[in-house]
Design a protein around this ligand. Structure first.
Ligand code: ADP
Length: 274
């Protein structure tokens, strides 16, 4: 097999060495295939809003004598341009996340602050969707990491919960400490009682650009990148993200992060603030 992968005949090598070579090559090929898929997906996703904008530009030209139509087309162009800008920003976020050594510059972060900030950013959308958001669970928990990235991850989960819920629904965001044998974690859950996700698609939703309901995602400006960004942020914090869901009953996403027990200094600083 090693001969085949290298494309040349090699003298018999000690077994361990052959395995390492074959494994490295398979890995390199997998990385290359993923990169090619990503570029193909990005091109495809960019083509949709760019195509819409150029069609709308033609429509504006043709409707030059009809101010009402011109205004309508111009408004649509604005929406499609904003979608394009969001998409590009998300693609840049994703590629940065892959290159960053996040834990090298990690800070002690108060989970409450992250939850409050992420939820505040979603308030306008919550009103638009007529969905209420509640923060519950324990307070005073800390993790090590990057405030902006954690708040982006929670924000993405809350945004999804709003989009895939019906008016009148409720979204609950909660942090809880979970101690299991040697491990001590903070579980941040985002729960909705919305449309839910079919069991056979649960594994795929964290893939880049994967959408269960394309029409609903796109109508809400979704790119299919939100959950893959959450997954990368979780991994960069030595944590993970999992989902429980049932069609018609709703979904709960859990972002699990290693707990950071506050140092004496942090406890003193907190006391000084209080
Ligand atoms: P999108 O931008 O399409 O929301 P995501 O990566 O955030 O992309 O999510 C991928 C897909 O997972 C969505 O298109 C949607 O079908 C499904 N999904 C995500 N969150 C939820 C949720 N809370 N309830 C139901 N479906 C969800």
């Amino acid at each position: 097999d090693a001969d085949l992968l290298l494309g040349i005949r090699v003298a018999p090598l000690p077994e361990g060495l052959v395995l390492v070579l074959a494994d490295d090559l398979t890995h390199a090929r997998r990385v290359e295939a993923t990169r090619r898929d990503f570029v193909a997906n990005v091109s495809h996703e960019l083509k949709t809003p760019i195509g819409a904008i150029s069609l709308l530009a033609e429509a504006v030209e043709e409707a030059a004598d009809d101010p009402v139509a011109v205004r309508r087309f111009a408004a649509r162009m604005g929406i499609e341009s904003a979608r394009l800008a969001d998409l590009v920003a998300q693609i840049i976020d994703l590629s940065r996340l892959q290159g960053d050594d996040l834990m090298g510059q990690a800070e002690s972060i108060e989970v409450d602050d992250v939850l409050i900030e992420a939820v505040d950013r979603c308030r306008v959308d919550a009103e638009q969707h007529q969905v209420s958001i509640t923060i519950a669970g324990e307070s005073g928990l800390r993790v090590m990491g990057n405030h902006l990235q954690l708040s982006t991850a929670i924000g993405n989960l809350v945004e999804n919960a709003l989009v895939y819920s019906d008016p009148g629904a409720r979204v609950v965001v909660a942090a809880r400490r979970r101690v299991r044998s040697d491990d001590d974690y903070v579980d941040i859950t985002v729960s909705d009682n919305g449309v839910g996700i079919p069991g056979d698609q649960l594994e795929r939703i964290f893939e880049r650009f994967y959408r269960v309901d394309y029409a609903r995602s796109r109508a809400n400006g979704g790119s299919g990148l939100g959950l893959s960004i959450v997954k990368h942020i979780a991994a960069a914090h030595n944590g993970d993200v999992t989902v429980w869901s049932q069609p018609g009953r709703g979904s709960t996403f859990t972002l699990r992060l290693p707990i950071h027990l506050p140092t004496r200094q942090e406890l003193d600083d907190d006391a000084a603030v209080d």
